[in-house]
Design a protein around this ligand. Sequence first.
Ligand code: GAP
Length: 439
Amino acid sequence: MNDKQVKFDDIVSLSKRRGIAFPSSDIYGGFQSTWDYGYLGTEMKRNIRDLWWKNVVQERENVFGIEAAIITNPSVWDASGHVSNFTDPLVDCLDCNGRFRADHIIDNTCPECGSKSNFTDERNFNLLFKTFVGPVEDNANVAYLRPETAQGMFVNFLNYQNTIRHKIPFGIAQIGKSFRNEITPGQFIFRTREFEQMEMEFFCRPEESVKFHEFWKNERYNWYIETLMIPKDKLRIRDHGKDELSHYSDATSDIEFNFPWGWGELEGIAHRGDFDLTAHSKGSGKKLNTLDTESNTHFVPHVIEPAVGVDRILFAILCSAYDVEEIADGEKRTLLHLPAAIAAVQIAILPLSKKEELKTIAQGIATVLRKSYRVEYDETQSIGKRYRRQDEIGTPYCITVDFDSLDDNSVTIRDRDTMKQERINITALETFFKNSLGT
Ligand code: GAP
């Protein structure tokens, strides 16, 4: 096993051990690479969503949120091209009958049984999840679970143009679940059949589209570095070759992350041209265009789309934050160097003993700090074990209440990364965290 695999396994095992993610339907043996998020994973995903929403929607005057339905009129997916074109190339291994994405086969070798060059011809497999609406399971009642949130923005273009009181350029942004019947889901939460996307469709004049494509590439790349604190050397931007482009795309650039198995897509920033609005104009018979007030003519806006998965960001953050450090005499500690904005717990409050007088002080501090921060109170086990656990889940600060606290009204604050300890009066705690964590 090489270092990279060890790290991948370590992250999956830490996630299960500490409550970030568990195999879904665990007591039934799990189900097909699906995952349930535990109390830490749930909180971290919420933080990722909030940071994205703040950066992409709330801090801009020209991006507006939407929550569109997951199940839509099936005509949406006919017009968008997903019913006919949203496919991956599928092959079967003739030795073990395993099914694989043809573009994931390396050196003509079966990933399951290792046999060489013994595959069926490639055929296209459609990734849409089909269902039936209402009690009758026939063709007239077919519907699809959305494979991307994007179409909710396109089919609402006119509604937004009529209600937002803002002219082009503007964006419509959405966070929500998407579903794809992936041939080979896997690599933990990297590729799953049910996942959560954060997407924004930015509508602009055709002649400004290349400029805005560059603009959003930079905005999104910088967000990973400045807000999520992912080191630059773990990120790169890669432009798609013509043969890789999705059926709707004129040009796409991926922000890639160096995952434990190598570079992989974190986020795609696509130039979708006028593909979708033109397709839905044809499909619906409604004119999805906008008025150029100077020339008094109508034109179809072009679209730039940054699109990313919440689950994939969480995985990338875990990979970049994971660390094992030697602390003393061969003793090691595992820690997550999570940014405080992502950490599920920001401050852990740990009374040194379960004695009532220490608990009272510690719980009092927890009640005050909980109003502004994500706080965990823990009085079990030795203080060393509690520090190790907080390091593993990435808690930036621990506060220890000890017997001296009864006399000097002070507590010890321990920094996760440096392990430095600082004595501080309880009355100064709020100012300390205001300076170190914000709010
Ligand atoms: N609307 C454009 C679109 O959906 P995509 O590149 O297919 O483009 C965008 O998906 C992002 O969604 C990806 O960069 C990835 O972060 C996430 N994603 C896509 N498929 C996924 C899957 N099966 N599991 C987890 N995340 C996925």
